[in-house]
Write a protein that binds this ligand. Structure first.
Ligand SMILES: *Cc1c(COP(=O)(O)O)cnc(C)c1O
Length: 396
């Protein structure tokens, strides 16, 4: 009998009493054989869906060739991934890690070194309230997640936060110590907060005016999630430093930091990591990139995204909620805090959704989700909202 002793794990989040044992495309199966339509996809990780054939083939082929020669030597998949990502982003140099938080740590190291070299020792990075940049100690300080500052003091210095979407506040926060501005093109964990058009290009202008670096954290929005390979393309801006993770490996832990020629200032000895650029995960990321960078793939993301958006908008009208998003990253903001109850109700009915906030549901399906799967999710969601709003005797 396989173990079900959940108490042997350090608890990190409330989890339902099931064990997930298999994944395929848009679906997960638990150890009792129940199937779930998955609109979480490992937190926007499963760009190609669960256990995609491209990922499995790349893993198998690379596993038979070379796993880790050590960062002391070059390996082919790492070089190929750096070529692909620098060319696609029009940036200069890449470094790889395993998680989004690590990639962001490197981005901040670049900003601090660049400030030391080019801005008389400036080190501060201005970030935004309700941002999410990861869970290392420094990234907790960079993030603006409510309540986090009290968790593990003392907090890492060198960060200052301003309201998201507010470039007047950003301008006011810039001072002699500022080295970089760091934002998500759309705040993902914050509840899919989509800024007004022009936000990123104004940030670019601010950075240029004050001679600062612009760091874009595209760990969630990158790799096709919003309908273009990178979200910044939709505003025609170019960051100085770009971070990627999540969808980059479509289920395999790999992340990237990519810097422009102007920003790329790390030298031998500044950065490392046992698994950085290991061929196993780099080979997977190359295969994922080759699949989702195709124009027809990205066109599909926009088409399915429009269907999901239309369905959620219809629901929003019916229940007095607000739908927002881009590509295949969407949120439904309810008028009362029923998100967790609705999530649990959908779970019972075999649909996996994330409650990003007590009143916000988030949708991040596989980028290969089918129209019929979107429709099936919307049907279950509609029933769940109707049921939960009638039990709570309030409109959602
Ligand atoms: C998830 C996420 C991170 C952190 O990635 P990990 O792989 O969990 O460390 C950082 N930034 C954004 C925008 C994210 O969505």
């Amino acid at each position: 009998m396989p173990s079900r002793s959940f108490s042997r794990l350090i608890p990190i989040t409330p989890r339902p009493d099931v064990v997930m044992v298999r994944g395929d495309g848009s679906y997960l199966w638990d150890d009792r054989g129940k199937r779930y339509l998955d609109f979480i996809q490992g937190w926007a990780v499963g760009a190609l869906g669960h256990c995609a054939v491209e990922v499995r083939q790349a893993l198998n082929a690379q596993a038979a060739q070379l796993l880790t020669p050590s960062p002391a030597y070059h390996n082919r998949p790492q070089l190929e991934l750096a070529e692909r990502l620098t060319r696609a982003s029009r940036l200069h140099q890449a470094h790889f890690a395993s998680t989004g938080a690590e990639a962001n740590e490197v981005a901040v190291k670049i900003a601090r070194k660049w400030g030391r070299l080019h801005r008389r020792g400036a080190f501060e990075v201005v970030t935004t309230h309700a941002a999410f940049h990861g869970r290392t100690l420094a990234m907790m300080a960079a993030s603006g997640k409510p309540g986090w500052d009290a968790l593990f003091p003392p907090n890492m210095p060198g960060f200052r936060r301003v309201p998201y979407g507010d470039n007047a506040a950003m301008r006011a926060a810039i001072g002699a110590h500022t080295a970089a501005l760091m934002v998500e093109p759309i705040q993902g964990e914050g509840g899919v907060v989509v800024p007004e058009r022009g936000y990123l290009s104004e940030l670019r202008q601010l950075a240029d005016e004050h001679d600062l670096l612009l760091i874009l954290d595209e760990v969630q929005t990158g790799m096709g999630r919003t309908g273009t390979l990178f979200a910044f393309e939709q505003e025609g801006v170019l960051p100085d430093v770009l971070t990627l993770g999540k969808g980059l490996g479509s289920g395999v832990p790999v992340s990237a930091v990519i810097a422009s020629e102007r920003a790329s200032c790390l030298e031998v000895g500044d950065q490392g990591g046992t698994y950085n650029g290991n061929p196993l995960t780099a080979a997977v990321a190359c295969a994922v990139f080759d699949t989702l960078s195709k124009p027809e793939f990205l066109a599909g993301v926009l088409e399915r995204g429009a269907e999901l958006g239309a369905g959620l908008t219809k629901l929003a009208h019916r229940f007095g909620a607000e739908a927002r998003g881009r590509g295949l990253l969407w949120a439904l903001e309810l008028s009362s805090p029923l998100a967790e109850a609705i999530r649990d109700c959908c779970f019972e009915r075999g649909v996996l959704l994330n409650a990003a906030r007590p009143n916000i549901l988030r949708f991040m399906p596989s980028l290969r989700v089918r129209s019929a799967e979107i429709e099936a999710m919307l049907n279950v969601l509609t029933a769940a909202i109707a049921e939960e709003s009638s039990t709570s005797h309030a409109s959602p």
